[in-house]
Design a protein around this ligand. Structure first.
Ligand SMILES: [Zn+2]
Ligand SMILES: [Zn+2]
Length: 384
């Protein structure tokens, strides 16, 4: 062979280096000194040298021989072609593709799995809360039923590929830079299938697969939320013969509700009340996911107070129980007042602020009764 230098030294490795590390190192060096990329003087020679070193060291038998006897174990024992024929150049397709100006990328090609599909499903707030059954329409690639996926016309069958003998791959020897490389590449006649179709099926034109429209049942579980993805195993595109089908991913989008918002499993709602209701307190009816529910607004309620309705939230996806409904109260201040309303409010203001520190216990009770009376009037007038 060409070089007389030590093969390990050329790759910068020791005798103990594992086969895997030798391969990694060679990949790195081959990319560095590849004549298509490296135009420096001597790069081509360097590339030849590392390739030779790698060809010997990647073959366990030759490596053992070289370890025992050095160059004497290789030179004169093997022709250059021999050395490169058994060298492990698998996985270097990209390097040699570049090298030989675009051959087919090597590597075995098994039956390909079908593609995964995605469907965006929009559901109502309540549907997410309680769960829903939906039928969705999708387009997917399926095995052609006319030819059972073979791609061959009825009464005929695919023939074994004459180029690769059915293997789907061919070993090719290539020469370049004064060396020979043996590599395994995908058969270009059958594109790796190992079979060729002489009379194609008229339904699928020989592809073995066709596009079909399908209705798929989707069960959205109670408690589902936006962004959740349901995986329907095997409902995607069908694979090549022998390959498994892809999956269908249903991505959930929960539409906004008129009144409710959701935070985790709690439902949030707003409740506008009058200032009379807030001051006097009252039982009010509140909309929940489960219908109207009576809720007590205690007297003296401030605006933006939050009340909790236990278990009126959303069913937990895992385990038992529900979230709560949180009711946020906002107090409406009237914008247009009648003269009667104005008069009542003036009386209210007078009773609230006038002669605060004066009077005995009895007076205060009297005042309290009076102001209550006014509150009731206010309430009647404002809620009329
Ligand atoms: Zn073939
Ligand atoms: Zn067909």
């Amino acid at each position: 062979m060409a070089t007389t230098r030590d093969y390990y030294e050329i790759l910068g490795l020791s005798k103990e280096t594992s086969a895997e590390d030798i391969k990694k190192t060679y990949r790195k060096l081959a990319l560095k000194y590849h004549p298509d990329r490296n135009k420096e003087a001597g790069a081509e020679e360097k590339f030849k040298e590392i390739s030779e070193a790698y060809a010997v060291l990647s073959d366990p038998e030759k490596r053992a021989q070289y370890d025992r006897l050095g160059h004497a174990g290789i030179d004169g024992q093997y022709s250059a072609e021999d050395i490169f024929r058994n060298a492990d150049f698998s996985g270097f397709g990209d390097i040699f593709e570049m090298f030989f100006g675009g051959g087919r990328r090597g590597g075995p090609m098994g039956p390909r799995r079908g593609s995964d599909l995605q469907y965006d499903l929009y559901i109502a707030f309540e549907e997410a809360a309680f769960g829903v059954h939906k039928d969705i329409d999708i387009q997917r690639t399926e095995r052609c039923s006319k030819c059972s996926g073979t791609g061959a016309k009825e009464g005929t069958s695919p023939k074994r590929c004459p180029t690769c003998g059915g293997a789907g791959q061919v070993r090719t020897t290539r020469s370049g830079l004064g060396m020979q490389f043996v590599s395994t590449t995908t058969c270009s006649t059958c594109h790796g299938r190992g079979q060729i179709i002489e009379s194609p099926c008229p339904v699928c034109n020989g592809a073995g697969r066709i596009r079909n429209k399908r209705k798929i049942a989707v069960n959205v579980p109670a408690g589902a939320d936006s962004g959740m993805t349901l995986r329907l195993s095997g409902e995607g595109d069908s694979g090549e013969p022998g390959g498994s089908p892809g999956d269908l991913y249903v991505v959930l989008h929960v539409m906004e509700h008129k009144y409710f918002k959701r935070v985790d499993y709690d439902v949030i709602s707003e409740l506008p009340i009058s200032f009379a209701q807030a001051a006097l307190g009252e039982d009010v009816m509140v909309d929940t996911l489960y219908g109207k529910v009576k809720m007590n607004v205690p007297s003296g309620t401030q605006t933006h107070s939050v009340f909790r309705l236990r278990d009126k939230g959303i069913q937990h996806m895992q385990g038992h129980g529900k979230g709560d409904q949180l009711v946020r109260v906002t107090i409406k201040t009237p914008t247009k007042l009648t003269s009667e309303q104005k008069e009542l409010l003036r009386q209210f203001e007078y009773l609230s602020n006038g002669k605060k520190s004066e009077g005995n216990e009895k007076d205060r009770n009297e005042k309290s009764k009076k102001s209550k009376g006014i509150f009731e009037k206010v309430k009647d007038v404002f809620e009329g």
